[in-house]
Design a binder for this molecule. Sequence first.
Ligand code: FEO
Ligand code: CA
Ligand code: CA
Ligand code: CA
Length: 741
Amino acid sequence: MAKKQDFRTVLKKMVNFEDENHNPSNNDSFNQVLERARLGRRGFLKGSSSLVAASMLGTGMAFLADSVKQEGAAAASDLRLSFSPVSKGIADTLTVPEGYTARVLLATGDPLKRNVTPYKNDGTDNDFEVRAGDHHDAMHYFGMNRAGNGWAPDGSDRALLCINHEVCEDLGFVHPNGPTNYGPESTEARPAVEIDKEVAAHGVTVVEVVKQGSTYEINRDSRYNHRVTAATRCQISGPARHSPMLSTAFSPSGEQTRGTLNNCANGYTPWGTYLTCEENWAGYFNRREDDTARTAKELASFKRYGVGNATSGRYNWSRADAAGNTDIYQRWDVSKTASRANQDYRNGANTFGWVVEIDPFNPNAIPHKRTAIGRFAHEGCWPAAAVAGQPLVFYSGDDARNEYMYKFVTAAKWDPRDATRGQAAGDKYLDAGTLYAAKFNDDGTGEWLPLTMSNPNIANYADYAFADEADVLINARIAADAAGATKMDRPEWGGVNPVTGDVYLTLTNNVSSSSGRGVKTPLNAANPRYYADAKGDTVSKGNVNGHVIRWRETGSNPATTTFDWDVYLFGARANAEPDVNLSGLTDENDFSSPDGLWFSEAVPGLLWLQTDDGYITDATNCMMLAALPGTVGDGEAKMVTNKSVPINGDAEQQVKTYVGQTASPTVLSRFLVGPRDCEITGITESPDGRVIFVNIQHPGENSASATDPAEFTSHWPDGGNARPRSATVVITRNDGGKIAV
Ligand code: FEO
Ligand code: CA
Ligand code: CA
Ligand code: CA
């Protein structure tokens, strides 16, 4: 019999799916040993005196200046942040600087078509296929030509917004009385109507916006408005297409799958298509089977990606009640239930974790899962500038504790004539190339390690016998283990500075008493901080506040395999001690847990940072900051003293790292603070830089009830007793000027 579960009990048991560790490899410690041997010096000091520490700093970094960097710095030097910083705050409001206006454009459940009824926000609307999905995340603005029938990058009168919908609210605000038999521990059936709604609330919204005065409105009559959901048929393309590891009852030949999931960050292509990225898909699958049913390789893969053998899946989608007991639900069960792989969904999880290309201008086109870019918890897929005659380059983070940073280099060289070819160009560029994982050396240099069978470390890997290139891409995490990549503090968003070419990546935090940085994972120069932050009466275990790393590829060919790096910025409370507040943050710009990171193209050199924080939420809700970031190497080498590091027996540990210039309020300033219990994630802009679109995700996430307004921690954006909703907001400057500068 279906039963309601107490929210507090269910949520307490829920894993934070974005914050997992499934990387048991010893890559960090191994790398450090090699590094120390190669450099003939210690990569870190343990319990050393400050005198020794000072001598280690030497004369700073060797890679400080080159001509490209100076040119870039000069081009951006005219930029000034022109707004007054927003104060930290914990009110249930969205605050932007004086002289700016923020307005809700499209919230969870809002109609995408004129004939769809307004969203009642009481859990009774079931037609999410024609409404905005839930948990708005990354988004991108695709300008349209004046005729309204195609892509025009500078089009400002009309545009298509592609908006990711990462998950469906755990609390079940989309249901009348919260979710039934919910959570990975449940073994009871769920009403099919609830499952259908949750499936449809995931994915992507494509919606047309039109310029109205100084702002934009939704065009609900547009033929382009549509949803891609966790039920949409998708093509599998690239090297893993036809792999027996992708064979399912739905597509025995491994050519197709249904749905895209946990659409987190994004990317876009020089031919006007959208890249939506599947992040935390592992928690969606039911696998309740004895491990002896599976091969050693299958078990290694499940373990590395976090698919346990005692789970019903985050939403328990495979267990529909009698009304929905069909293949469309059973497909979420990845147990071995038949004699052959083409008769069940044992390989179902292998069809998720990819970058998915969607052509927003062709609503009938089938989305393509581009397997050449690898399978992991894809946070996003960010392009470097396209240069005629050179390969295209895309960067991806794998967001879980101690996971890696990836780079995909296309086999085909860029031909600008392909800019109008839509997904046919995707077939040319995104289905063949080389995937690399990053190794950050302790001396400020780095290497891209190829993930192919021609890499002997992969072909001869003792822990997992890769069958072919498809196996390497499907199990990219294991391939990166074999190659010797560096474990990072949860790679979230990345981006390429259009002025300098430097690549930035947020490392949101790495906190856990069982595997956090400095607890079970050694500190290194690129992840140098363990912080015992006295937050109330708890002591944190790891890198609590996160940082932003950046690097410069060697030379002018983006296919290069070496780089120089430094840490652009460390999150911290302004009043933290100097070994924690390493970037010199002040009240105007202190933040924690950077997540969204995005470079404006309309205002080259302007960077936006967004937070998904749980560590300074006593002082402030999550926020967005504007930054003028300088260049790789604009700061200095620093010795960071970490106190009471558990992995070293609670001893003090000093780590040498490279820190960018001090973040004074003139180059980093708080622009927005969101409502309670939200995350700020996703941003895009009009081509003239006078309008930005920002997503507010899951306000009221820590509410204790989905139905009792007194238990909601937020009522944003509707106010009163309303259930909170995620939403896209439009921000304009009252004098019509460019945003932030
Ligand atoms: Fe969905 Fe790692 O953020
Ligand atoms: Ca994120
Ligand atoms: Ca996050
Ligand atoms: Ca999120």
